[in-house]
Design a protein around this ligand. Sequence first.
Ligand SMILES: [Mn+2]
Length: 349
Amino acid sequence: MIPAPERHAAPDFHVETDTAAHDRRATLVVEIAGRLRAEKQVLAISHEAPDGDALGCLSAFALVCDRLGVACTLYIPGESRFPPEYLFLPGLDGVVRGEAPSVGPGVSVYFFDCASLLRTNSGEFPPGVTRINIDHHQDNPGYGDINLIDPSAPSTTAILYEVLKAGDIPIDAQVATALYVGLVTDTGRFQYSNTTPGAHRMAAELQEAGVDVASVYRHIYESTPLPKLLLLEQALGNLEVRLGGALVVSWLRNEDFERAGADEGHAEGLIDTLRRIHGVRVAVLLRERRRGELVETKASLRSTDGALDVATLANEKGGGGHVRAAGFTTAEDIPTVLAWIERRVEASL
Ligand SMILES: [Mn+2]
């Protein structure tokens, strides 16, 4: 038995401690595995501004579909370039961007790592389309026809891995590598509180399946494009310590991106530098984003000790995430968002 990680504030679906839930979940895993083997045509969707887990899921899923002879289309909303460190994963150059591809009856749509439909730009599908929702966000409302949601999973690739194993679907080195990327990045290289013994076991199994660990490390963590480091310089230049050091905030305006020669994908992971600072309990990085004529603010929130549930905070602004890592996008400007966050953090710490 794997003890449930402590980051889940109020889990209603605790698979490791609730036998009935555990059985329901095992049945679901087998059901989805059987479905996948029988699919003819699928659409796989993950969230905008994708991270290593989102892209790892799509890459692994596309590879598996290819091996199974299933016609698979990948889709990620938005137009911003993917974080370059993940581009070595196979299949990502074929991901459809912009408007969601239309699908007809009989097609299954697989959602990976999408806490909310809002971030998938794809609310409406015609009758006869089955939506399979696979995720590990605790606030996922279960918008699918089939919902496999396990907040205790370290990554969504960990859940996909289980599905593949349940279906006796071969996991070659390429598939293993894509699954591993989601696991490594979502656990912060096996250091966040979601790093369960199961996460380490999965890593070991994937390494046995052919993952070149050092090569993945080089791709993800030691291939930093210079604009990303220059963007970090901008973020550190704007950094402010508040509430006696408990709250660290920074922001990136459009001109900061221009000065660094960076685009939105380069901002991925910068929040991790802010949360590293000694004494920090909540770290916040805000960035401006142009959407047509409008400028909106995208917020990334991290809680280092889990004392403040940042997912609840993000929910209030229409976002979501995990207790210790969450985000939202708002039409409010940076000073307004900062003031709101500081008030809320001050009230709850
Ligand atoms: Mn994830």
